[in-house]
Design a protein around this ligand. Structure first.
Ligand SMILES: Nc1ncnc2c1ncn2[C@@H]1O[C@H](COP(=O)(O)OP(=O)(O)O)[C@@H](O)[C@H]1O
Ligand SMILES: O=P(O)(O)OC[C@H](O)CO
Length: 502
């Protein structure tokens, strides 16, 4: 009997491969960072071959180092940074240009034009998304317009478009697929009908011939070739990383909410089997779907989402840009040297602002500096910025869903920071709960693959495996919280619109 599910978690800054046992515990893990490219202000690129190479290497290493053979693996689950756009040649398998990363703002102008043409309502109604450079559709349009010969080759059916799940599956199996949660981040997909939308394809001028086939998040979709792991293995779970984390956090019922603190920060609320439209600038998105008898996606769960573009990345910037810490985890001790932020506010709008501001022209700012400000204050202000941005998102979510949230489940690299988690509980006035397994993104992909292959029996079984590691209770007086939030919002106004002509 197979002992493990192999989860491949292809994140913005690193690729991870994790073996999960039947209790949903981590049996082994390998991780590798890969290069980020910032060729111009607001541009962020990856080499799609780096993505593939690092992901394959960690997957092979996790088996080899822990002496696990393909026979021990029941299935593969894949989860990925979403929206990042890859276009490759179907014959050679080579990308035609660098992958345009979700954080990249180069298509802000196209979004402005589409808004000026009055297209916003159409995109919102069909896709649940706002017209922002974040999503894959305008990035794909940019590639077709700017890479020599790309449009003609795409029209002749020679090029394939995919998000990172599609790219990895193509490399592993030769199939050209995307799951419905990743498709829902493209601005090209009707989330209600669960199909690519011809009208949206026409608006963004994307040939249908380059699109992947949409499959369920949970279901055997393809076989990874035997050359990679010594035997063919079913790819049975596929989901965007934030949807996978929601599944891994067992937010399986309507009204449950999780927040993941990785490069960015993403809060998702399960809203049930119907898509709920937002009145407060949140996104409506597909959570996950299950394969029906015909293999097609069904039983779709929908989510409301708030997306913050820079969260843990601000800590990396303190490490790599300013050099005031050596490793990300050092920020906690540095920030703890200051009893409070000393009046310093740091808005890390390095690549614009997401929910609820949706401002691609915002850039980072620091305000409130005095002669007495120290690097400890800056570290504290950086951590606090993650919590303030989350407070802005939760406020929008609570308005939309008209519920008072009792508890927020948290995960991701920066959720290991106790100081941040306590400050987060203080800022939200809501209990923050960290589970024992914080690799919930990979766990969610493993669960989706394991449910499809009988490794686990039911969603109830999965919910019963979720366990608390630590709870953080709000301890700040409401007046103090409000004062901090008011100043944060003044600081945000300094960052907004920065790149626009003066
Ligand atoms: N102790 C910590 N405190 C704050 N941030 C941290 C800490 N440890 C890691 N991080 C941040 O978490 C992020 C990595 O989290 P991860 O969930 O692996 O992200 P991703 O999947 O986006 O690559 C990095 O941006 C890193 O700076
Ligand atoms: O790589 P992460 O974990 O920061 O996630 C990125 C998101 O999927 C972007 O939408």
């Amino acid at each position: 009997m197979s002992r493990y599910i192999l989860a491949l978690d292809q994140g913005t800054t690193s690729s991870r491969a994790i073996l999960f046992d039947r209790r949903g515990n981590i049996a082994a893990m390998e991780q590798q960072e890969f290069p980020q490219h910032y060729p111009q202000s607001g541009w962020v690129e990856h080499d799609a071959n780096d993505i593939w190479r690092s992901q394959l290497e960690v997957a092979q290493a996790v088996l080899k180092k822990h002496q696990v053979s393909a026979a021990d693996i029941a299935a593969i689950g894949i989860t990925n940074q979403r929206e990042t756009t890859v276009v490759w040649d179907r014959k050679t398998g080579e990308p035609v240009c660098p992958a345009i990363v979700w954080q990249d703002r180069r298509t802000a102008g196209l979004c402005d034009r589409l808004r000026a043409e009055g297209r916003e309502a159409l995109f919102a109604a069909r896709t649940g998304l706002v017209l922002d450079a974040y999503f894959a559709g305008t990035k794909l349009n940019w590639i077709l317009e700017n890479v020599a010969g790309a449009r003609e080759r795409a029209e002749r059916g020679e090029l394939a478009f995919g998000t990172v799940d599609s790219w990895l599956i193509y490399k592993l199996s030769g199939e050209h697929l995307v799951d419905s949660s990743n498709a829902s981040r493209s601005l090209l997909f009707d989330i209600h009908r669960g199909e690519w939308d011809d009208e949206l394809l026409a608006v963004l001028d994307v040939p249908r011939a380059m699109l992947p086939r949409v499959v369920a998040s949970s279901g055997v979709a393809a076989q990874a070739g035997e050359q990679w792991f010594g035997a063919a293995l079913p790819i049975a779970g596929i989901a965007g990383d934030q949807q996978a984390a929601t599944f891994g956090q067992a937010c399986l019922r309507q009204g449950m909410v999780k927040n993941t603190y990785g490069t960015g920060c993403f809060m998702l609320m399960h809203t049930g089997a119907q898509a709920a439209a937002s009145k407060n600038k949140l996104l409506t998105t597909v959570g996950w779907s299950f394969a029906g008898d015909d293999g097609k996606p069904r039983d779709t769960s929908y989510m409301l989402e708030g997306s913050i573009f820079v969260a843990g990345a601000v800590v990396q910037w303190l490490r790599d840009g300013l050099g005031i810490i050596e490793k990300s985890s050092d920020i906690e001790a540095l920030a703890a040297q200051a009893p409070d932020n000393g009046g310093v506010y740091f808005v890390p709008a390095f690549t614009g602002l997401g929910t609820p501001y949706w401002d691609p022209y915002a850039r980072g700012s620091m305000s409130g500096l005095t002669r007495g400000s120290t690097k400890a204050h800056i570290a504290r202000a950086a951590l606090e910025s993650i919590a303030y941005q989350t407070a802005d998102v939760l406020e929008a979510m609570q308005k939309d869903a008209a519920i008072a949230l009792a508890q927020l489940r948290v995960d991701g690299g920066a959720a290991r920071n106790d100081l941040l988690m306590q400050f987060q509980a203080d800022m939200l006035g809501v209990q923050v709960v960290r589970p024992q397994v914080t690799e919930t993104t990979a766990l969610g992909a493993a669960y989706l693959a394991g449910l499809a292959t009988g490794f686990w029996d039911s969603q109830e079984e999965i919910a019963s495996m979720w366990q608390v590691e630590r709870e953080f209770d709000p301890a700040m007086a409401p007046d103090q919280r409000q004062e901090l939030l008011d100043r944060w919002r003044r600081a945000v106004s300094c960052s907004k619109g920065w790149m626009l002509a003066g």
